[in-house]
Each structure stands twice: as C-alpha cells, then as structure tokens.
Ligand binder design. Structure first.
Ligand SMILES: [Zn+2]
Length: 246
C-alpha cells in the first residue's frame, strides 16, 4: 500500500480519505438517529407489559369481588329461609304451609346456584392468580432488561456524538487540503450517487456501476496519478491492487 500511496495523486489520496470519513459519518448519523427510536420502542413495550399485568390483576380482583358478593347473597337467602321456617310454626292452613315450604325450596335452589358459581370462580381464580404471578415475574425481568438496554443505548449515543464531533473535525481538515473545484466535483457526485463518490476499479470496471473502463482510462487509473471518472456514473476512480485469489 505504501508504494501505491507514494506515487498516488495527492488529491486522489485526499478524496479516498474524504470518502472513508463520509462513510463513517453516514453510519454514525444513522445510528444516532435510530437510538432515540429504539429507546422509545423499549419504553412502549414495557408500558404495554405493565398494562397487561394491571389488567390481569383487575381480573383477579373482579373475581374476588364477585365471590364476596355471592357469599353475601347466600347469607341473605339463609336469613330469608330461616324467617320462612319460623313462620311455618304459626301458619293456620295447609295452603299457607305449602306456600312457605315452596318459598324455602325456591331459595335453597338459589343458594345452590350461587354455590356452584362460587366454585367455578374459585377454580378460575387459581388460574388468574397463577397468570398474574407469572406476568409479574416476567415484567420484573423485562423491566431490568429494558433499563439495561436504555442505559446501553444512551451510552452508545453519547459515544457516537463524541465520535461524530471528531470525524467532522477531521473531515473539515481533509477538505481544506482539496482545491475547491475538486471538492465541488466530489460533492456533486456524492449527492447524485447516495454519498458514494470515490470507488476502486474492480477487474477493469467501475467498482460501483460495473461498466468496463476504456483501455486508456484503465491505464490512467492504474497509475493513480490523475483523477479518472467513470464514464457511465461519474464516480471518481482509483486503483487498488486486487486481493489475491480474485
Ligand atoms: Zn461507474
């Protein structure tokens, strides 16, 4: 590489450096932009999970509330029944007696129905309780993980911001070594080619658009002494020895 660099046009060398710095900047900027979104996503997932646990807890509380209400209803019915039974001692006719007995049977039926409902709800409450405890456990794990990930993303963003400042300063320095017209050419091509303005020649072709170079341009690019542009895409070309085996 040192041999290549020593005979290389200094502007071309600067342009390659500029391209490298812009590639790094682009990646850093994309990451810096993505990190707040990532943090927001982690937070909204956690909020969703917290809501699910709250809902699970409310289901269990509702189940317990229903059971208490049914137990009160049963107690009220038992009172009624015992009042009817007291009245049977004072009735005068068989009809009155049968009517009271009918009331008693009716309310006993009501109690059985309520007891069945309580039993079903007790079985449900075991499942609800188990679900709630599982959800609370997994929420605790997720909360710890989310805090870790948010701390990591925040730290990463601070690092990236610092790196961005360094790379931007380095870029300004590199840019200052280029004549204005060459820098403008670089910027123009970069704008048109999604930031990719300087590419290596690959197997006699442009490394980006793969259009074959004319022999004259290829020979010129191989020397790296002048600035050669791809005739097809306009990118600035440089020659780097092909890796062995290709
Ligand atoms: Zn090209």
């Amino acid at each position: 590489m040192s041999q290549l660099v020593s005979s290389m046009n200094p502007h071309l060398q600067t342009l390659i450096e500029l391209q490298k710095l812009d590639d790094i900047l682009r990646e850093l900027e994309a990451e810096v932009q993505s990190l707040p979104k990532k943090i927001a996503q982690i937070e909204s997932q956690l909020t969703e999970h917290i809501r699910a646990v709250d809902a699970s807890r409310k289901n269990l509380e509702e189940n317990q509330r229903l059971r208490r209400r049914r137990e009160n209803d049963i107690a009220a019915l038992r009172d009624k029944i015992s009042r009817f039974k007291d009245q049977t001692l004072e009735v005068k006719t068989n009809e009155q007696y049968r009517a009271l007995l009918h009331e008693v049977e009716y309310h006993e039926g009501g109690i059985r129905k309520l007891e069945d409902q309580i039993l079903t709800e007790m079985i449900e409450s075991e499942t609800l309780d188990k679900k709630l405890r599982e959800a609370e456990r997994s929420l605790a794990t997720e909360r710890a993980l989310a805090e870790q990930e948010i701390a990591e993303a925040t730290r990463r963003k601070e690092e990236d911001d610092q790196k961005l400042r360094e790379v931007r300063a380095r870029r300004a320095d590199v840019q200052s070594h280029l004549p204005a017209n060459i820098y403008e050419q670089y910027e123009r091509v970069a704008r048109q080619r999604k930031g990719q303005a300087v590419v290596p020649v690959h197997n006699g072709s442009c490394g980006a658009c793969h259009v074959r170079l004319r022999p004259q341009a290829y020979a010129e690019s191989k020397s790296n002494e002048t600035l050669v542009s791809c005739e097809s895409c306009g990118r600035i070309l440089y020659y780097a020895p092909e890796p062995a085996g290709e």
